[in-house]
Structure formats: C-alpha cells, structure tokens
Design a protein around this ligand. Structure first.
Ligand code: NAP
Length: 295
C-alpha cells in the first residue's frame, strides 16, 4: 500500500516506523523542517520525505494519507493537499477531538474518515516516535452518519464504507483495538477520561504552587512523592495539546468540568460539616468504582 503521513511528530513518526516494517508498504512523509525529514528517513519512519506535497512523485498512486499535525492544522492541511490528490485516495487523521474535524473534513474530502489512536508518551516531535506505540491500545474510528446512510447517497455510502474498511484494516495491522462511534460520543468520552484529567491535574499543580508560605512550599516540594507524581503527570504535559483540547472540545469539556465541580463542592460541604461517615462512604464508593471503571 502507498501511504502518506503529514506531520512527522510523535504520532506521525510512530505510525511511520510501524508502517515501514511491512515490506508491502511505501511510506512518504511531509514535514515543514528539512532536519525532521532527514531524521524521519534515518529512523525508517518514512521511505521518502519532503517539505512540500508537490515534491511527492507517488502522490496520484497514494491509497491512504494520515494527517498527524496539531489539531488546528488538520483542516487547513486537507484543504491544501486536496487539489493534488487522486479521487480514490482516502484521508484520515489522528486528532484528539472529532466533532470539530469530521464534518468539515468530509466537506473538503468525501473519502475522509476520522480516527483517534489513544496512545502517546510525555514527549513530542520525531525524536519521541516509538515502535509499537499503538500495539494493544484503543483506536477510535468516527465514521459520520453518511457512512450508514442509504438511499439517495448510495454511491457515497459505498465509497465511504470502503474508506472506513481501509482505515480500520490499517489500524488493526498495527495492533490497535478498534472502537467505532459517532464524533459526538467520542468527544464526550474523551472529555471524561483525557481532557478533564488534564485540567484537574493542571489545577492541582497551580493551586499547590501558589502556596504563599515559603517554608510550607519548600517542604511540600521535598515531600512530594509517587502520589503527587501520579496526579500531576497529565497537567504537566504538552501545553499546546491541552489548549487544543479546551478550544476544540469546549462543550463536552465544560460539561464534565461542571459536573466535577459539583462533586468537589459536595465533598467540601461534607468536610465542612464534619461528615466523616459520608466522606468514608464516598471514598468506599470511588474505590469500588475505580476498579470497575478500569477493568
Ligand atoms: P507533535 O509531536 O508535536 O507532532 C506534530 C507535528 O506536526 C510536528 O512534528 C510538526 O512537524 C507538524 N506541524 C506542527 N505544526 C504544523 C502546522 N501548522 N502545519 C503543518 N504541520 C505542522 O504532536 P503529536 O503528539 O504527534 O500530535 C499530533 C496529532 O496527534 C494531534 O492532532 C494530536 O491531537 C494527536 N494525538 C496526540 C496524542 C499524544 O498523546 N501526543 C495522542 C493521540 C493523538 P514540523 O514542525 O516538522 O512540520
């Protein structure tokens, strides 16, 4: 298969490294920086890389293009490459939000299928790319309603289904566990398990580092151990990614933050009321719920 990757960072580079292991694949990549192109070739994340789509000689034979840029650049990238592609090419993305991308992307390219691999590490850029990053990890594919639509748009339905199968098959070949849902369901679910935790964790870091007593602040720093390390990890990650979660998944994130605020407010009220039995019951419930949720 001929595959293109635009945006050779952590996710694009990791995808490329896995895809290049299959001798039946030819993988080209686009990065804005020459040094990233050189590094991607050297680490066998692509067979060929260039800074501009017009330099890709295999373009018209490309079966599938992954857009792996930051969220804000996904739609402009599709609009930029569309005039150069063969109509059969399927475009997919890896963006962490889907509602803001999928509808608009399908208007730009009818063989677009949104996806979001739930994998990563604390780093960014091509040097962070890992082999086997997606092995055993969920990958959410978000076909929109058109894919299930039958009737006047039968031809469109057929081509979308074939595009969906291609995207599904490639992620499966990388060992990902596939989930399929609507873009809205995806965005609400990731608000709970990915976007809300970033803002809870960031608020923890911010509140803790605003301690005004220098003796307490210094002592807390020295005493901080695995508990603080675990709960502050996602709040100390890539700031641009966190900003895009808020900007592009605003509605779902606000709903989950408001619900979280209510639960926190109830716990504050219990503590203010010396309701220790109620607090123990709450924490007994969350202990059970955590195991059930993660299992
Ligand atoms: P990254 O490591 O920063 O890589 C993004 C790459 O895109 C950069 O290497 C950059 O390469 C290129 N790029 C940056 N701005 C661009 C622009 N305006 N136009 C074109 N290319 C641009 O980020 P990442 O973590 O791989 O994230 C990429 C995508 O994956 C995002 O949409 C994100 O939502 C999604 N995602 C991330 C994770 C995660 O945990 N990190 C997990 C799942 C999905 P050049 O500067 O060389 O062009």
């Amino acid at each position: 298969m001929r595959i293109g990757i635009i945006g050779l960072g952590l996710i694009g580079g990791s995808l490329g490294r896995d895809l290049c292991l299959n001798p039946e694949n030819y993988v080209w990549g686009i990065s804005r920086n020459e040094s990233t192109c050189e590094q991607a070739i050297a680490m066998q994340a692509v067979h060929f890389a260039a800074q501009d789509i017009s330099q890709i000689s295999q373009l018209s034979q490309t079966n599938l293009i992954f857009i792996c840029t930051p969220i804000a650049a996904i739609l402009p990238t599709i609009a930029q490459i569309a005039p150069y592609l063969s109509p059969q090419t399927v475009i997919t993305d890896v963006g962490s939000v889907k509602v803001a991308i999928v509808d608009a992307a399908e208007k730009l390219w009818d063989r677009f299928i949104g996806a979001h691999p739930m994998a990563g590490n604390a780093f960014s850029g091509i040097q962070a790319a890992e082999l086997g990053l997606f092995q055993g990890r969920p990958c959410v594919i978000t076909p929109n309603t058109q894919v299930n639509f039958q009737g006047d748009f039968q031809d469109n339905f057929q081509s979308s289904l074939d595009a969906l199968n291609l995207v599904r098959q490639v992620w499966q070949s990388l060992g990902a566990v596939i989930y399929e849902c609507s873009p809205v369901a995806h965005d609400c679910a990731v608000a709970w398990i990915s976007h809300l935790p970033v803002f809870v964790s960031a608020s923890l870091i911010q509140a803790c580092t605003e301690e005004v007593n220098p003796i307490v602040a210094d002592l807390a720093k020295h005493l901080a151990s695995s508990g603080f390390r675990d709960t502050s990890r996602v709040g100390g990650g890539n700031p641009q990614l966190g900003r895009y979660m808020a900007e592009y998944n605003r509605e779902a994130l606000l709903l989950s933050l408001e619900k979280y605020q209510l639960v926190l407010q109830a716990a504050i009220a219990q503590i203010q009321a010396n309701d220790w039995q109620g607090i123990e019951e709450l924490l007994t419930q969350t202990q059970v719920n955590r195991s059930a949720f993660l299992d």
